[in-house]
Design a protein around this ligand. Structure first.
Ligand SMILES: NC(=O)c1ccc[n+]([C@@H]2O[C@H](COP(=O)([O-])OP(=O)(O)OC[C@H]3O[C@@H](n4cnc5c(N)ncnc54)[C@H](OP(=O)(O)O)[C@@H]3O)[C@@H](O)[C@H]2O)c1
Length: 263
């Protein structure tokens, strides 16, 4: 069975492609780098030929409010149109837990617009809403940094490993359309500042992390449970502390390889 992964070269997409292939599917990675552009429609008709399922894990190159809205609206609209013409039977999209609770965020508004187009289309679909990826935690801290201080709102946070996100998305893609939303999250809940402090301590990052009720998340005010899922969420297996120590080992291995490579 052919499954096309839009954004198949990205963090989640490349893992989804590998997992689907391990299960014996013909998984095709599609993105501008391989001549498939959902914004312009370039290469879409060709790559969707004979596909049963499309997994959309693409992301906007720009996170600026208007650009990201334009990206998710235009690319999702194009995808759904080309999928219907090609006889695709299942559209799977990756969205974000709490996107509908954060209307002040331009990025979240764009994800809600993406979900709305999918729900209102005639295409059988599944929407997987994930919490923040462990791999995204550094970017969150950098965005919240002023000098040597990181200020974060004291809210609940339940991030997950990209690998577990990809497993869940792959499982959904191999199943029947849910025509609904499933939430996925990490195995443990933390205080936002507590988790970032743990990451900094593991990485010997000297920045001080402060829980500040006035602090914003990418410019948006959060409430206690804005970022955490409901009780029915499917939980990933990877714990943050294990991921941190594994990432440290990987980083050391990469540094060693680079230092041993003759130039
Ligand atoms: N970050 C988080 O914590 C988080 C949490 C929940 C959900 N999500 C969602 O997860 C999804 C995937 O994120 P990610 O971090 O894996 O993304 P990523 O690593 O930035 O990869 C983005 C992918 O999108 C592709 N792409 C860009 N423009 C495209 C276009 N015009 N047509 C087709 N493909 C295009 C890129 O292709 P090229 O390599 O060819 O440029 C790349 O394969 C996003 O939709 C995001 O909203 C993220």
């Amino acid at each position: 069975m052919k499954i096309v992964v839009i954004g198949g070269s990205g963090l989640i997409g490349s893992k989804v492609v590998n997992k689907l292939r391990e299960h014996g599917y013909e998984a095709v990675a599609a993105s501008p780098n391989s001549g498939v552009n959902t914004l312009t429609g370039e290469g879409l008709a060709e790559v969707l030929k004979g596909a049963s399922v499309v997994v959309d894990v693409s992301n906007s190159p720009s996170f600026e409010d208007a650009a990201v809205l334009e990206f998710f609206k235009t690319s999702t609209g194009n995808l759904l149109t080309y999928e219907a013409a090609a006889g695709v039977g299942h559209h799977v999209a990756l969205s974000i837990v709490g996107s509908d609770r954060l209307p002040d965020s331009g990025y979240m508004r764009a994800k809600v617009a993406q979900e709305k187009l999918i729900k209102e289309s005639s295409m059988p679909y599944s929407i997987v809403r994930a919490t923040q990826f462990f791999e995204f935690v550094k970017r969150i801290a950098d965005e919240a940094t002023d000098g040597n201080t990181v200020r974060l709102p004291p809210v609940r946070f339940q991030p997950m490993a990209a690998d577990d996100v990809a497993s869940a998305v792959g499982r959904v893609a191999m199943g029947s359309p849910l025509n609904g939303i499933v939430e996925i999250a990490g195995p443990d809940q933390f205080g936002f500042d507590e988790l970032i402090r743990q990451a900094h301590s593991a990485g010997k990052d000297p920045r001080e992390v402060i829980a500040d009720p006035q602090a914003r998340y990418f410019g948006t005010e959060l409430s206690e449970r804005s970022l955490v899922p409901g009780d029915d969420a499917q939980l990933g297996e990877t714990r943050f502390e294990d991921w941190l120590s594994r990432s440290a080992v990987d980083a050391t291995a990469v540094a060693k390889t680079i230092s041993q490579t003759p130039n």
